[in-house]
Design a protein around this ligand. Structure first.
Ligand SMILES: [Zn+2]
Length: 295
């Protein structure tokens, strides 16, 4: 090794450690791309030509907020909110206004608990402005990112302090639900364009999505335990060779059980994400005065 680079290597290692505490990636890349793809197909004819023209970019950039977390340590906080750090459902102790929340709980606590609803509202306002001014690059940027954040807010484990089952001895549940299940069974999902709806209050609606996700947390966790218990012990795990090492992973039998017992929840949440993303884009466009974005 060239020791000239040692300080950089150490620094990089430390950065990775710092960034890694919330490393689980929302939905997985496959799902994020599908969500933006079907959201574009959901749009009304008047605003669709712009999105069709830049479809490839908007689909590809749906995953950028996740890759960006490696270079921007603040990015991770935009993807979730551990809303159960604020008391009990429906968490009325938490002011929905960001400035009021900060006055009450302090910026450090609010930001580190995740700020996805505020990020969605903020980016919707910015997308509206970009559409009004017909700034193509900004429209693509804000639309792609809104696609990611709105989708993340639909994931139950993005709304709880127990985001990876670490408090209930279910570590790894985060990627089992949002990445592994879509990877294994996504081909059989019936993803489709959805009816868009105007969002009257982008912030309030983002909180409503979060609360809806939060109400599914108990099922996500309980069904995981049921699935585990239903698979005989000798078929619960499998050994996989990875980078020359033998790793123990949960078996395909477990995943089949978990998926079956979830009874379509992952697929439903994907379709609801599609509807949510398209509705936020549509709302920005209506608020911008329904401009011809390609002009
Ligand atoms: Zn994310």
């Amino acid at each position: 090794m060239n020791y000239k680079y040692l300080p950089f290597a150490v620094l990089l290692f430390v950065i990775l450690l710092l960034v890694h505490d919330r490393s689980t990636e929302a939905w997985g890349f496959w799902s994020h791309r599908q969500i933006n793809r079907y959201a574009i197909l959901s749009l009304p004819a008047d605003m669709k030509p712009f999105f069709n023209k830049y479809a490839e970019t908007i689909i590809e950039r749906s995953v950028e907020p996740d890759t960006k977390r490696h270079s921007d340590s603040l990015e991770q906080f935009h993807h979730y909110i551990d809303i159960d750090r604020y008391g009990a459902y429906p968490f009325n102790d938490l002011p929905r206004n960001y400035d009021s929340a900060i006055v009450k709980f302090g910026k450090g606590r609010v930001d580190s608990s995740g700020i996805v609803p505020w990020r969605i509202a903020d980016f919707t306002a910015k997308l509206t402005r970009a559409m009004k001014q017909r700034r193509t690059d900004e429209i693509i940027y804000y639309a792609s990112y809104i696609g990611h954040y709105v989708a993340d807010a639909h994931v139950p484990l993005h709304t709880t302090d127990n985001y990876d089952g670490q408090h209930t001895n279910q570590k790894g549940i985060h990627s089992r639900w949002e990445s592994r299940i879509p990877e294994m069974f996504g081909d059989g999902f019936n993803l489709r364009p959805q009816d868009v709806e105007y969002v009257r209050d982008p912030l309030h609606h983002a909180f409503a999505v979060v609360l809806e996700s939060y109400l599914k947390v108990d099922s996500v966790l309980a069904i995981d335990l049921e699935a585990l218990a239903s698979v005989p012990e000798n078929r619960r795990f499998k050994s996989v060779e990875r980078r020359g090492k033998t790793e123990t992973q949960l078996s395909d039998d477990y995943y089949r059980e978990y998926h079956t017992r979830l009874n379509g929840m992952v697929e439903r949440r994907l379709n609801e994400s599609i509807k949510g993303v398209a509705s936020y884009w549509y709302t920005a466009w209506v608020d911008a005065g329904r401009p011809d974005l390609l002009k």
